[in-house]
Write a protein that binds this ligand. Structure first.
Ligand SMILES: [Zn+2]
Length: 77
């Protein structure tokens, strides 16, 4: 396993934890052999724990904090 863990899914200009992503878009979202599209028609992509953020990511539905490794804070908050 060289892939970092998936912590969420990006869809409709937001990010969701796996549980909410499955609730909103169907369990196929969690199957990386299938492509599921969001309401904007974009393929829903996994979010990996290794990604850098410019803010602390939270689920767009239940607001749970998603695990992350780095915050790229170019400016003071
Ligand atoms: Zn959630």
């Amino acid at each position: 396993m060289s892939w970092p863990p998936v912590v969420g899914y990006a869809a409709d200009a937001d990010v969701y934890c796996p549980r909410c992503a499955a609730a909103l878009y169907g369990a196929d979202v969690l199957d990386d052999t299938k492509t599921v599209y969001d309401r904007e028609g974009n393929a829903i992509g996994p979010v990996f724990a290794s990604e850098e953020w410019d803010y602390a990511p939270t689920c767009g539905r239940c607001r749970v904090a998603l695990p992350y490794t780095a915050i790229d804070d170019g400016s003071p908050s």
